[in-house]
Design a protein around this ligand. Structure first.
Ligand code: ARG
Length: 467
């Protein structure tokens, strides 16, 4: 180390870094979260250097043993993180040199913190994606089972949040599941581009040592070494891709949350959420608030913010590495934590939803939700659709005045609006008849919902087997 500064790069400097600047530029307070991946990367790097003859086997072993001991110190909370040592990489390297002496200084041969940090983040993202995927699968499974169980449960379907046509609760839940199936694909697609190895790019141009990047890539489980050293150390598009996956996922979870919040209200009264997912009010004793979905809805905002932060961080950056990129970590860490926790909350909560079937049924009945069925009935009897629409409109106006649903009117009452209406109309005016008639792939008929649940289950299992 230089006399003029306490930094490992201080050789060319004539005065120490300003104390505030040292704190301002340091990242160790947050990038220590990458310690495990940093050590993992260093162990593979040392093993590769020995393989190509840059380190002796003894030097390699000393380095690897030292790094493993440091890993233990960190796990036990005994490691002394130092801000003057700037970041996780130099903290660990300095400790290694403390422990094993001059050999510790050889670890950094043929690499730079630029390819080191890019490698660490990718290893970290890969680990976190795998944890997130477990929660996502658990949530999808919970939804598929709930949908299957509730394939016959009738509720109003909405457009413009106005009662439109009856659907089954299972069909509604499978709509959510479809959103998540696409998010799942996006996550796995993102993982492919995360799992490429920057190590060996060194500072920006590669290194003069006879490194073998295939060896390191294989040791670290990367699919391949990154093709171009300048690109490898500089781009954070994989982090942007992850936060964009996260933003779309949270957008979906916020839609589900919104519906859960509405459904638990006394005004809808469609479902009950068990008390363990809710909290009370300190002033209004009657309250039971759906905090979990509300909070997930709220957390969507911070994830969108992280996407915007990373896009803006990367914008206009010239090649290759720039210190700007140190700012990638906090948004990424928070996005990862938020996604994982929101998925966990949902995966725990969804199977516990208790539908209030009678109340859903009643809401569907009250909203003239079978009006389209009456129009379709008339069309089948030869009435043009536009005329049928008009006839049904008059029937609904009569129903509003007399406070009767279409299915509650007598045949005589219905005949006021069209002679063609006959006794068989009551089959289509029931909610059960209405949902059962939508009997095709993607339709809400209970047998279709059960078949769709089975296909979703198979698709999920195939994904598990393939992964
Ligand atoms: N702490 C830095 C980061 O997070 C590590 C790389 C620093 N490289 C450099 N040449 N200063 O990006």
């Amino acid at each position: 180390m230089s006399q003029a500064t306490n930094q490992s790069w201080g050789g060319r400097f004539s005065e120490p870094t300003d104390a505030f600047v040292a704190r301002f530029t340091a990242s160790v307070t947050f990038d220590q979260r990458l310690a495990r991946q940093d050590i993992q990367g260093s162990i593979a790097h040392a093993a590769m250097l020995a393989r190509v003859g840059v380190l002796t086997d003894d030097e390699r072993d000393a380095i690897i043993n030292g790094l493993n001991e440091i890993q233990g110190e960190i796990e036990r909370g005994e490691f002394n993180w130092s801000v003057p040592l700037e970041d996780v990489h130099m903290n660990i390297e300095a400790r290694l040199t403390d422990k094993i002496g001059i050999t510790g200084k050889k670890l950094h041969t043929g690499r730079s913190r630029n390819d080191q940090v890019a490698t660490d983040i990718r290893l970290f993202m890969r680990d976190e994606i795998d944890v997130i995927e477990v929660e996502l699968k658990r949530l999808r499974e919970g939804m598929i089972e709930l949908a299957d169980r509730e394939a016959d449960t009738i509720m109003p379907g909405f457009t413009h949040l106005q009662t439109a046509q009856p659907v089954t609760f299972g069909h509604h839940i499978l709509a959510w599941q479809e959103m998540l199936a696409r998010d799942h694909e996006r996550l796995l697609d993102c993982r492919k581009r995360v799992n490429v190895m920057p190590l060996g790019a060194a500072a920006l141009a590669g290194t003069t040592y006879p490194i073998d990047r295939h060896v390191t890539a294989e040791l670290l489980g990367f699919d391949r070494p990154a093709e171009n050293s300048l690109d490898a150390v500089s781009d954070r598009d994989f982090a942007i891709e992850f936060t964009s996956f996260a933003s779309i996922l949270l957008m979906h979870l916020s839609r589900m949350s919104e519906e859960l919040v509405l459904w638990t209200s006394a005004q809808f009264n469609f479902i009950d959420l068990p008390d363990r997912f809710c909290t009370g009010s300190s002033i209004m004793p009657q309250k039971k608030n759906p905090d979990v979905p509300e909070l997930v809805r709220g957390k969507t905002g911070r994830v969108y913010g992280h996407l915007m932060a990373l896009l803006t961080l990367m914008k206009s950056q010239p090649l290759a590495y720039n210190k700007d990129n140190q700012e990638d970590k906090e948004p990424l860490f928070d996005a990862v934590d938020t996604v994982r926790d929101c998925l966990k909350a949902f995966a725990d909560m969804i199977p516990a939803i208790e539908p209030k079937k009678a109340s859903m049924y009643e809401a569907a009945r009250r909203g003239f939700s079978t009006a389209t069925d009456l129009a379709d009935y008339l069309v089948r009897k030869g009435v043009a659709f536009r005329d049928a629409h008009e006839i049904v409109g008059q029937s609904v106006a009569y129903g509003l005045k007399t406070e009767k649903d279409l299915s509650e009117m007598s045949l005589e009452e219905l005949k006021q609006f069209s002679d063609i209406i006959d006794q068989d109309v009551f089959e289509v005016l029931t909610l059960e008849g209405s949902v059962a008639a939508r009997n095709h792939i993607g339709g809400t008929a209970p047998n279709q919902v059960r078949a769709a649940a089975q296909r979703a289950r198979d698709a999920l299992n195939a994904l598990k087997a393939g992964a």
